[in-house]
Design a protein around this ligand. Structure first.
Ligand SMILES: Cc1cc2nc3c(=O)[nH]c(=O)nc-3n(C[C@H](O)[C@H](O)[C@H](O)COP(=O)(O)OP(=O)(O)OC[C@H]3O[C@@H](n4cnc5c(N)ncnc54)[C@H](O)[C@@H]3O)c2cc1C
Length: 413
């Protein structure tokens, strides 16, 4: 039986961050990370398109917490102890220089996730943390037969892996969204919210966006029949629509859209906040100003030209028609297309830059001052194993860093 003071199950972002922060404060403790794969930090490596978006330049706890469709309330307190600014300082103190991009996302200046992976591996070595790969955890209990229910808070944990059994005083579960580990945590008394994908793009086939691949523009968008709506840049892709406005909808609406089996209708306002009546007024003005020109000659209302053309076509307007010849019905139809353009969404695609799962350990069962389970003393949970997820932009890693840091602090005290 391998005996450790602290075992961390899962060699990902939250696991390494927790292990390093404990080891720095308590060098005498024997700590190991148990990782089922042959490599650790695999998601960190592929994150942010290979650049690793470590956090986001949002320095007000309340504003930061608003980026979490699940976890908003629970993370507010923890962010007062460790948040984005602390993350930036943490990495910089360990030799990783970071930069803030225009949209607030924070990356290593090398633009390479290897910088973050190397930092974690270096720190783990420095602090004698044992990193045991190919150790898949299969069971956790309180005796060597994995049968006993806990009778005293001092009972050690028994951890069964594919390469032998371990015991420890403190157990940290940072296994991300592995359904088997959720079942195991269920066995230990936790309830689990079913997992559904978050952060995905919408599959749409529609003449109105044909040939517009790569076009980005600011919109407001809502899912018809629900309360889900968002605003921001929308990007037309090969498969349909992506960009912050869509990704936000996919995160906040993760569960509702799963219930709809990813078959629903959206309404896009290409003029963001203008109403159909406002748009009609603008069009009547344009009709007077450009009477002798075709509406196709110049894009109007600050819209990209290709989009403007597609919307004109969708409103039944011909190239040869002049502004002066547009009928009331055509102007009305155009004002509707500009502000209430409807699209049928049929399925979703994975957003390759960042992807998370909504679902996990019920947040009511965790003490957010310490990230300790309320069901099992000395068991800590951090990262995606919890029912916490964020919109895209570095916030998902921030959850892993914050949870890992607070768990380490609690174990140290
Ligand atoms: C393609 C992609 C890009 C992303 N980019 C970003 C980004 O740029 N910024 C951002 O903020 N977020 C990003 N994310 C989300 C981010 O990666 C996750 O939120 C984060 O990795 C969660 O960390 P974690 O430690 O909780 O889980 P994970 O990183 O998933 O780590 C869990 C670890 O536990 C191990 N494990 C599971 N079960 C067992 C077991 N039974 N025994 C032993 N080990 C086990 C797994 O193998 C894994 O190594 C991205 C996600 C993806 C998929």
């Amino acid at each position: 039986m391998n005996k450790f003071d602290i075992l961390i199950v899962g060699g990902g972002a939250a696991g390494f961050f927790t292990a390093i922060n404990i080891a720095e404060k308590r060098p005498s403790l024997k700590i190991a990370i148990l990782e089922r794969g042959k490599d650790v930090l695999t998601k960190v490596k592929i994150s942010g398109g290979g650049r690793c978006n470590v956090t986001h330049a949002e320095f007000i706890p309340k504003e930061l917490s608003k980026k979490y469709p699940r976890g908003q309330k629970e993370l507010l307190g923890p962010f007062h102890t460790f948040m984005t600014g602390d993350t930036i300082a943490w990495f910089e103190e360990r030799g990783v220089e970071l930069k803030i991009e225009e949209d607030g996302r924070v990356f290593p200046i090398t633009d390479s996730s290897s910088t973050i992976v190397d930092c974690f591996l270096r720190e783990a070595r420095k602090h004698n943390i044992e990193v045991l790969t190919n150790h898949s955890v299969q069971d956790v209990g309180f005796d060597s037969a994995f049968a006993k229910l806990r009778i005293s808070n001092k009972d050690p944990f028994y951890v069964k892996t594919s390469k032998g059994d371990f015991t420890c005083e403190h157990l940290v579960m940072t296994t991300g969204s592995n359904p088997k580990m959720w079942s195991l945590l269920q066995k230990l008394g936790h309830s689990i919210t079913d997992a559904v994908p978050s952060l995905f793009t919408f599959n749409i086939k529609d003449k109105k966006i044909e040939g517009l691949m790569g076009l980005a523009t600011n919109v407001t968008v809502k899912v018809l029949g629900t309360k889900q709506k968002s605003e921001g840049p929308l990007l037309i892709t090969h498969w349909g629509m992506s960009g912050p406005a869509i990704l936000k909808l996919s995160a906040w609406g993760a569960r509702e859209l799963a219930d709809l089996k990813y078959q629903f209708e959206i309404q896009v306002n290409w003029l963001q906040f203008l109403t159909q009546e406002d748009a009609l007024d603008e069009l009547l003005e344009l009709k007077l100003q450009h009477a002798k020109q075709s509406p196709f000659t110049y894009a109007q209302l600050e819209l990209p030209k290709r989009l403007w053309h597609n919307l004109l076509t969708a409103s039944g307007i011909q190239q040869a028609t002049k502004w002066a010849e547009l009928t009331k019905a055509q102007l009305q139809s155009l004002s509707r297309e500009l502000t209430q353009s409807r699209f049928r969404v049929s399925g979703k695609s994975t957003f390759k830059e960042e992807f998370v799962t909504a679902g996990g350990v019920n947040l009511k069962e965790v003490n957010f001052k310490t990230f300790e389970s309320k069901k099992v003393p000395n068991l800590y949970l951090a990262g995606e194993v919890l029912n916490i997820d964020a919109i895209t932009g570095g916030f998902n890693f921030q959850n892993a860093w914050t949870g890992g840091y607070l768990a380490a602090q609690a174990i140290d005290s």
